[in-house]
Structures are given as structure tokens and as C-alpha cells.
Design a protein around this ligand. Structure first.
Ligand SMILES: NC(=O)C1=CN([C@@H]2O[C@H](COP(=O)(O)OP(=O)(O)OC[C@H]3O[C@@H](n4cnc5c(N)ncnc54)[C@H](OP(=O)(O)O)[C@@H]3O)[C@@H](O)[C@H]2O)C=CC1
Ligand SMILES: CC(=O)N[C@@H](CCC(=O)OP(=O)(O)O)C(=O)O
Length: 342
């Protein structure tokens, strides 16, 4: 089964990573590629690493250009996907890599994004309980944010088994590509190199309600999340350090068993051997996730750490994994499990 796929936002970081993976996907033929300010340019002038597609010309992002494909990926700034998606027919598989359809509560969307809520679609994090069933055969997928991907995978086994109190504290470092290609003063090389700093502190980062949504669904009760993102001087990668007070009676053995059970059959999630800790360098360019968990007996807390590549499992890889499930293809098709090292 070969499908023809269009990519809107092909000049951006997420669109570029998606194309890197699509070139190697045996069941996908790459159709229209669209952009905004770069429409009319050769793809090779903005994504010079995508050699096989270098001579393709970027078209404007319109429903006419995107029509006639079986799959349409939207890698657009958040708030831009809904208007495009509503012009695509119900028979088209639309995979939104932006935020527009991730949140189920309109009030959360309005508070964190400041516009009208477009709705919610099946959530493209297959490893969460119940997610694969919702993705099978769907024609609409909301790909998670990169931080919620790392955090939800690191913490959900503890909440699924009632091993952590519903008050999570998370500090996560992201590479600069997480912010997209558009020029921003705080992302200048001279500002970022050799330094780390937090941003979006104090419950205001827009990924907070997405983490609450995911963890609360698994826990069966509301989980509060105190989330502090930090910017790290690296192009890719997220390292999420998550903790919560351990539930009464929790032991290191019980905790380890819960994580082993959650990830035993997962093709992309690697629960590391005890004593080995996740590193962003180990998942660079791959769809893999590294997880480790520990019980801090002195503090009475569960500590879970997750590492992903924000552009791979955190965006484009997650999108492709979910597309495979929606189309009934093998979930791992076209997705790298090996990273680049050193
Ligand atoms: N970067 C990451 O790690 C992650 C990104 N995402 C999501 O993926 C989406 C894209 O992010 P990213 O690639 O980083 O961003 P970039 O800024 O790198 O790319 C944005 C893309 O959207 C196009 N674009 C900009 N404005 C418009 C518009 N008004 N109409 C149509 N197209 C437009 C740009 O075209 P042009 O270049 O021609 O202006 C470009 O192709 C976002 O929604 C982001 O939230 C999700 C998870 C992680
Ligand atoms: C480093 C950095 O700036 N990261 C981005 C998150 C990128 C992402 O995945 O977010 P969306 O898909 O929701 O846009 C941020 O904190 O806003």
C-alpha cells in the first residue's frame, strides 16, 4: 500500500525532519511541499540536508495544493492548522504536528493559546494506555508537543499503577530547534552558547495543560504539574527530569516492575538497565525514548527521567508512528531506532 503524502510547513524544522524520515519510508510517496514566506523557493535552498528533494519547489499553503493526497501533514505554527484542515475532505488522513487539536478542554486552549478552540483529535502518543485503539483507522491525528511526549512517557507508568501522588514537579531541558526556525533574540547563538536558562516559569508554559491532561487520564484523578522548561545549548534533544511524592508503601522493586510492565512490548521505549541514565546524545536523530526511574527513599519521591529527540519522537517520528497505526501499517515502518554517536 503506497500513499501519497503532502507536507505543509516543509521549510521549517518539523517539516524538514518529517521529510528526512519520509524519504526512507517504503510506503510513502512524497507529494506537494508547501511553505509561507519561502513559497517559490527550491527546497534545497532552505533544507540543504534533504538532497533527494533539493530540486522540489515549495508551493504556497492552500487547500488546492494540499488536495488530492491520501495523507496531509501540517507542520505549521500553532493556530494555523485548523483553517487548513477544515478544507480537507474526511477521507484524507490529516496529521497535525501543531497544537491546534491536542487539548480536549476549550478553557485550557483559550487560556494558554488565547484564541478560539478548534476541537480535539485522537492523540498521537501510541504508548499511552488506550491510544493505539483510538489511532487505528482514524483520519485525524493530533501529534503531541515535544515536552509532553517526554514527560508523559517518563511518568505515566507510576500514575497507571497508583505509585505517585498527583503533584508532579518537572524540570526539562530542550535543544533550541524546539523553538522553530523563526529568528528570536533569546535564541541567538551568542545568547545560547555556553549557557542554560529557564523560561515559561510558574505554570505559564502552554505544554502544562497537555501534561495535566495526559497524566490525569492515566491516574484517573487530577494531577497537578509544576513545569519548568529550560533552554540548553544544543540543536536537538529533550531531557525531562520528573518527580512526585511516592504513594504510601512504594518500594524501588514495585516501581521498577511497573515500568518494566509498561514498556516491555514497546518498540521505541527503552527502559535502561538500573544505574544507567538517559542522555539526549543517545537518541539524536532516532525515534527512540530512553527512560529511567528511581525511588528516592530519603525524600520519599519517585524520580523518572526521559530523553527524546524533540524533532524525531517529539514531532516528526511520533507523527509517522501514528500515521503507520492509522493506516494499518507496521508501527515501526520507516522509523530509525539508532541514533548518531558521538
Ligand atoms: N520544533 C519542534 O521541536 C517541534 C515543533 N512542533 C510543532 O510543529 C509546528 C512547526 O514547528 P517548527 O517546524 O519548529 O517551526 P518553523 O518556524 O521552523 O517552521 C514553520 C513552518 O510553517 C510555515 N509557516 C509559517 N507561517 C505560516 C502561515 N501563516 N501559513 C502557512 N505556513 C506558515 C513556515 O513557512 P516559511 O518558512 O515559508 O515561512 C515553515 O515552513 C509548530 O506547530 C510546532 O509547534 C511540535 C513539536 C516539536
Ligand atoms: C525550546 C522551545 O522553545 N521549545 C518550544 C516547544 C516546542 C514544541 O514542541 O511545542 P509546540 O509543538 O507546542 O509548539 C517552546 O517551549 O515553546
Amino acid at each position: 500500500m503506497t500513499v501519497r503524502a503532502a507536507v505543509a510547513g516543509a521549510s521549517g524544522y518539523a517539516g524538514g525532519e518529517l521529510l528526512r524520515l519520509l524519504v526512507a519510508h517504503p510506503e510513502v510517496e512524497i507529494g506537494a511541499l508547501t511553505a509561507n514566506s519561502n513559497a517559490g523557493q527550491r527546497l534545497g535552498s532552505v533544507q540543504p540536508h534533504l538532497l533527494p528533494l533539493a530540486e522540489r519547489v515549495l508551493a504556497p499553503t492552500t487547500a488546492e495544493v494540499l488536495g488530492g493526497h491520501e495523507v496531509v501533514f501540517l507542520a505549521l505554527p500553532h493556530g494555523q492548522s485548523a483553517a487548513v484542515a477544515e478544507q480537507l475532505g474526511p477521507e484524507v488522513l490529516v496529521v497535525d504536528m501543531g497544537a491546534d487539536f491536542r487539548l480536549r478542554e476549550a478553557a485550557d486552549w483559550e487560556r494558554f493559546y488565547g484564541s478560539a478552540h478548534a476541537g480535539s483529535w485522537p492523540y498521537g502518543l501510541p504508548e499511552l494506555p488506550g491510544a493505539r485503539a483510538a489511532l487505528a483507522g482514524t483520519k485525524r491525528i493530533a501529534v503531541p508537543g515535544c515536552y509532553p511526549t517526554a514527560v508523559s512517557l517518563a511518568l505515566f507508568p507510576a500514575y497507571a499503577e497508583g505509585l505517585a501522588e498527583p503533584e508532579a514537579v518537572i524540570v526539562a531541558a530542550s535543544g533550541t530547534s524546539g523553538a522553530g526556525k523563526a529568528a528570536k533574540p533569546h535564541l541567538l547563538g551568542s545568547e545560547v552558547m555556553g549557557s542554560m536558562s529557564p523560561y515559561g516559569v510558574g505554570g505559564v508554559h502552554r505544554h502544562t495543560p497537555e501534561m495535566i491532561q495526559n497524566l490525569s487520564a492515566v491516574a484517573g484523578r487530577r494531577v497537578t504539574v509544576s513545569f519548568t522548561p529550560t533552554l540548553a545549548p544544543m540543536p536537538r534533544g529533550i531531557l525531562a527530569t520528573c518527580s512526585a511524592k511516592a504513594a504510601p508503601g512504594v518500594t524501588a522493586e514495585v516501581l521498577r516492575a511497573a515500568y518494566e510492565k509498561a514498556f516491555a512490548e514497546e518498540p521505541f521505549v527503552h527502559l535502561l538497565p538500573e544505574g544507567q541514565w538517559p542522555a539526549t546524545a543517545s537518541v539524536y536523530g532516532s525515534n527512540a525514548v530512553q527512560i529511567q526511574v528511581a525511588h528516592d527513599t530519603e525524600a520519599g519521591r519517585v524520580l523518572a527521567v526521559g530523553a527524546i529527540d524533540n524533532l524525531a519522537k517529539g514531532t516528526a517520528g511520533g507523527a509517522l508512528q501514528s500515521m503507520n497505526l492509522a493506516l494499518g501499517l507496521p508501527e515501526e515502518l520507516g522509523l530509525p531506532l539508532t541514533g548518531l554517536a558521538p
